[in-house]
Design a protein around this ligand. Structure first.
Ligand code: DQA
Length: 148
């Protein structure tokens, strides 16, 4: 089964962006970790990153169709700053019924107040927060486990 690993704005900068917050691993490292984790569970990942809200929505729609056709388990999604602003992403997840595990590398609840609210959490199956890039692997395991 396919699993989408979806990353939102600025996550292409991983490795050089605020390393005290997000660590030194790059988005390519995240992709490698996700590929290994999914493979060990008998699944395959597609990794997609965009800085554009509409492209993220289009990808959620596409995977909503794959999920409905029994070809995709769901998505692991780090919406970046859109977490805190996007009703449109909330509606896309809700409207497609795509199972989504939300993930944040940093502990958003230990940071600025504007990061404490997520529009995605109410429509997510689960949330992984503050465990670094390892959180992506845990989110894939959670998605795969909850589909059993
Ligand atoms: C983030 C947390 C968000 O608040 C921030 O805007 C990001 C990254 C994280 O992975 O910790 O871009 O989603």
């Amino acid at each position: 089964m396919k699993i989408l690993v979806l990353n939102g704005p600025n996550l292409n900068l991983l490795g050089t962006r605020e390393p005290e917050q997000y660590g030194h691993a790059t988005l390519a490292d995240v992709q490698h970790l996700c590929e290994l984790t999914a493979k060990a569970l008998g699944h395959e990942v597609e990794c997609f990153q965009s800085n554009h809200e509409g492209e993220l929505i289009d990808k959620i729609h596409a995977y909503g169709r794959l999920h409905r056709d029994g070809q995709a388990l769901g998505a692991v999604f780090n919406p970046g700053a859109f977490t805190h602003t996007s009703v449109a992403l909330h509606d896309a997840i809700k409207g497609t019924g795509l199972p989504v595990v939300e993930i944040h590398i940093s502990n958003v609840h230990a940071r600025e107040a504007f990061r404490h609210h997520s529009y995605v959490s109410p429509v997510a199956k689960g949330v992984v927060v503050g465990l670094g890039i390892q959180g992506y692997a845990l989110a894939i395991q959670g998605l795969a486990g909850s589909a059993l």
